[in-house]
Design a protein around this ligand. Structure first.
Ligand code: CTP
Length: 406
């Protein structure tokens, strides 16, 4: 099979160096990448780097190699165009159909999905001109990834950072596999919890669980791809922040509860994919607990943690909020799942069977989604992203009309 053809457009911003990592990730995973930097991008990363990493000569001008008509050929033959970083200037040109260099020409001739990963100073990103250009590009079907929040060039921090290259790669991979998702969650705020809480015993020890957070991350990424504003509350996953998602980092069940309660106030849907510890040590030792040669260890006393899922299901800020829980079961999977759905009071419960070698840390999952109205949706073994899409497919029709709510 032919390798998928990706055009990597690079505009002139300091984040251009991060595009090298994206390029490496794309080529290593079997993509044929043609890099098209703008003239100003070459001030940040030179031609030799792009051509060495891509294995192709790099063109920036429409008149280099004019006999091959590169400004038409490159765009026409691409399966995906990704521009990373996309500067305010590049977004403006793309939105208005300007074509004064090879990259902007390529954007006009491409008929494949286009992903823009903007990076700029916060003021430039927030300027109405940029926001209107982004809205125009999205309306035409382009994917514009929200910039990350964090340290920008120099001393300032804010929204405008290029998301992690690995996460831009994830966006590209999904768009290549499934096309541009319909923005059916546009205008919605969804909250996803992911990972596993850690309940400290002393400054160096904790009670934890084996949740990797992959399912929660897949839910966050797919919701963002479908146009939602996403708040991801993650506990101890160690994973990089998904592109275009607001991430809150927590450690314990009580911190997770606080973050969830805050985020759900204006949420349309909440998915509790995190493995929340049901119990925590009754006492926390301020200093490390030392062993004593002549004494048996003191028994560990545990106390209950709050049940966040039950609490948010019972106290919804508006009646139309959709609440989804997860249940990991080892025995009587469906019966336990049905009882749990009733006990927790949520609308949907995703039930998976778990064991030593199943589900935890794996990229794939098999499940049944139980609904409070009695519906059951079996989800065959497959990628966690496919399960995530099915969850959003089931959440979508249950969401309150935007008009009724606002
Ligand atoms: N959950 C929660 N708060 C807790 C424990 C769990 O919000 N203190 C949520 C999880 O995020 C998940 C769902 O509840 O969505 C199911 O968690 P699980 O631990 O399987 O349910 P339990 O009610 O604790 O049942 P079990 O008796 O199996 O432990």
């Amino acid at each position: 099979m032919d390798k998928p053809k990706v055009v990597l457009g690079v505009a002139g911003g300091i984040a251009a160096y991060k595009a090298c990592e994206l390029l490496r990730r794309l080529t290593e995973s079997g993509h044929d990448v043609q890099v098209v930097p703008t003239e100003s991008a070459l001030h940040f990363v030179g031609e030799a780097t792009w051509s060495a990493l891509s294995g192709h000569p790099v063109a920036t001008q429409v008149w280099s190699g004019a006999h091959e008509v590169p400004h038409v050929r490159i765009g026409q033959s691409a399966d995906l165009v990704v521009v990373a970083p996309a500067t305010a200037d590049l977004l403006a040109k793309a939105a208005h159909g300007l074509a004064d260099d090879l990259l902007t020409n390529t954007l006009l001739t491409a008929r494949c999905p286009v992903v823009f990963a903007p990076a700029m100073h916060t003021e430039m990103w927030e300027h109405p001109a940029t926001q209107e250009n982004v809205a125009t590009l999205r309306r035409r079907g382009a994917v514009v990834v929200e910039p990350a929040v964090g340290r920008l060039t120099g001393v300032d921090t804010g929204k405008g950072r290029l998301p992690d290259p690995e996460e831009i790669y994830e966006v590209c991979r999904r768009v290549l596999a499934r096309g541009v998702a319909a923005p059916d969650l546009a205008g919605r705020h969804v909250v996803v919890s992911a990972g596993g809480t850690r309940e400290p015993l002393d400054p160096v020890r904790y009670l934890g669980n084996r949740s990797s957070g992959k399912q929660g991350y897949a839910l966050a990424r797919t919701a963002a791809a479908r146009g939602a504003r996403v708040t991801l509350i993650e506990a101890n996953t160690g994973m990089t922040d998904p592109a275009g998602v607001d991430v809150v980092h927590v450690g314990t069940a009580r911190q997770l509860r606080e973050a969830v309660l805050k985020a759900v106030a204006d949420a349309d849907a909440v998915v509790m994919a995190a493995a929340v510890a049901d119990f925590r040590p009754a006492a926390y030792a301020e200093g490390k607990i030392k062993k004593k040669d002549d004494e048996e260890p003191a028994p560990l006393t545990l106390i209950r943690n709050p049940d966040i899922l039950a609490e948010i299901s019972a106290n919804r800020p508006h009646p139309g909020q959709v609440v989804v829980g997860f249940a990991a079961e080892t025995d009587d999977v469906l019966d336990n799942g049905r009882r749990k759905l009733r006990r927790k009071g949520c609308d949907l419960l995703v039930v998976n069977e778990v064991g030593e070698s199943r589900t935890f840390g794996a990229a794939s999952n098999e499940a049944v989604v139980l609904a409070a109205d009695g519906a059951e949706t079996p989800v065959p073994y497959g990628p966690k992203e496919a399960l995530a899409d099915i969850v959003w497919d089931l959440v979508g029709p249950r969401l309150e009309d935007v008009e009724t709510r606002h």
